[in-house]
Write a protein that binds this ligand. Structure first.
Ligand code: FAD
Ligand code: UDP
Length: 366
């Protein structure tokens, strides 16, 4: 009999297991994939740490979380500065003075950029934006919306911007300085040696069973520990009894190229509607790599269907309501804790997941 059964060896499960271990509790971690680390998993190819489930940049303003994660790895000084490619044009992201002066060659100063955006906004301003299109038009006007947002967002979410909630775009900074840093957070970087090594350290001394699906033997697994920390999909736990929650999935096409520098940046977003992928990641640039070859991944966003990896919860109204039905059941569980991106059906970044897991460990274990 273990104190905790932890379903999923992703970041949430690993942080919780580490905290429980420190307090002398026994844990069994089961993971249905053939490796630990969940979606932050990195694997070496050609001497390059490849982010197998999409680019992961660690960023936070929470000093406690930054200090916590630095106990498991040293971080480099990578700052995410993605570039947008729209047909034959390249623009800096997020939307900042570098973007504005290139989009509008007669704009040079913040005042001129603001005036130009204001001019464009006047044509389409909506007092209370109800969807992503209205929100984006209010924020940056028509030209930027059409070149840098409309096509990318449509591909990413598989539906028109008029059908998406406004909050999705609020994640992106709009700045009137020449600053290409994608995040506003105080701390940022990529762990030297990759993310898998972090999770390995977190799980040191803990029993981990890979290739083990909780649902292959649910009854026995439920009986093998006093409490269960479940980080899989919450709707799956309840056999989809109210219906399936929607997710977005991503297909990664990864290849090794015989060149030392394919695109000159870690992340290039393809913001037109015609290019079928959303972005290309060139992994070596996350760690300033000087290897003779390079590894790139094209990301194709797709609707989730059973059997696919669920990546992004679709936090719109319909799914939000459905999630609340499942959450009502989860709240009544005395022995099962639902955690992480899938367990709580939330668009969590890594720092959020660590914060949630540490808080839960504190509540459970003191
Ligand atoms: P997961 O990593 O999904 O772990 C859950 C684990 O449970 C998985 O390993 C899964 O296989 C396992 N599991 C599920 N069901 C079962 C079962 N039935 N039995 C056994 N095991 C099971 N965050 C950032 O901070 N910065 C970024 O740049 C960033 N980029 C991202 C890019 C992409 C494409 C995606 C998808 C996410 C990104 N994130 C980023 C978010 C980050 O990946 C998550 O915050 C984090 O990985 C969530 O950890 P988790 O433990 O909740 O979930
Ligand atoms: N977005 C966009 N153009 C871009 C990058 C992002 O329109 O070049 C929009 C898109 O709707 C996306 C949202 O901004 O879903 C949030 O982007 P972010 O990069 O934070 O998404 P992530 O892939 O990290 O979840």
């Amino acid at each position: 009999m273990y104190d905790y059964l932890i379903v999923g060896a992703g970041l949430y499960g690993a942080v919780f297991a580490n905290e429980a271990g420190k307090r002398g509790k026994t844990c069994l971690v089961i993971e249905k994939r053939g490796h630990i680390a969940g979606n932050v998993y990195t694997e070496k190819t050609e001497g390059i740490n490849v982010h197998k489930y999409g680019a992961h940049i660690f960023h936070t303003s929470d000093k406690e979380i930054w200090d916590y994660i630095n106990r498991f790895a040293e971080f480099n000084n990578y700052v995410n500065q993605p570039v947008a490619r729209y047909k034959n044009e390249c623009y800096n992201l997020p939307f900042n003075m570098n973007t504005f002066t290139k989009i509008w060659p007669d704009v040079f100063t913040p005042a001129e950029a603001k005036a130009r955006i204001e001019e464009e906004r006047r044509e389409s301003f909506t007092k209370q934006p109800k969807n992503l299109e209205e929100q984006a038009l209010n924020l940056v006007g028509k030209t930027i919306y059409e070149k840098l947002i409309k096509g990318y967002t449509g591909k990413q979410w598989g539906r028109a911007c008029t059908e998406l909630p406004a909050f999705i775009i609020k994640r992106l900074p709009v700045r009137f300085t020449f600053d290409n840093n994608y995040f506003n957070d105080r701390y940022q970087g990529i762990p030297i040696g990759g993310y898998t090594a972090i999770v390995e350290k977190m799980l040191e001394g803990c029993q981990v069973r890979l290739n083990t699906d909780f649902f292959s033997d649910k009854e026995n697994f439920l009986a093998c520990a006093k409490k269960i920390v479940y980080t899989g999909a919450i709707d799956r736990f309840y056999d989809y009894r109210f219906g399936a929650l929607e997710y977005r999935s991503v297909r990664f096409e990864t290849e090794v190229l015989d060149t030392d520098n394919f695109q000159g940046n870690a992340v290039i977003n393809y913001t037109d509607a015609e290019t079928p992928f959303t972005r290309i990641i060139e992994h070596k640039h996350f760690e300033f790599g000087t290897q003779p070859k390079t590894v790139i991944s094209r990301e194709y966003s797709s609707a989730w269907k059973p059997g696919d990896e669920p990546y992004y919860p679709v936090n719109d109204e319909k799914n939000g309501k459905l999630y609340l039905q499942y959450k009502a059941l989860a709240d009544k569980e005395e022995r099962v804790i639902f955690g992480g991106r899938l367990g709580q059906y939330k668009y969590y970044d890594m720092h959020n997941v660590i914060r949630e897991a540490l808080n839960e460990a504190q509540r459970q274990l003191g």
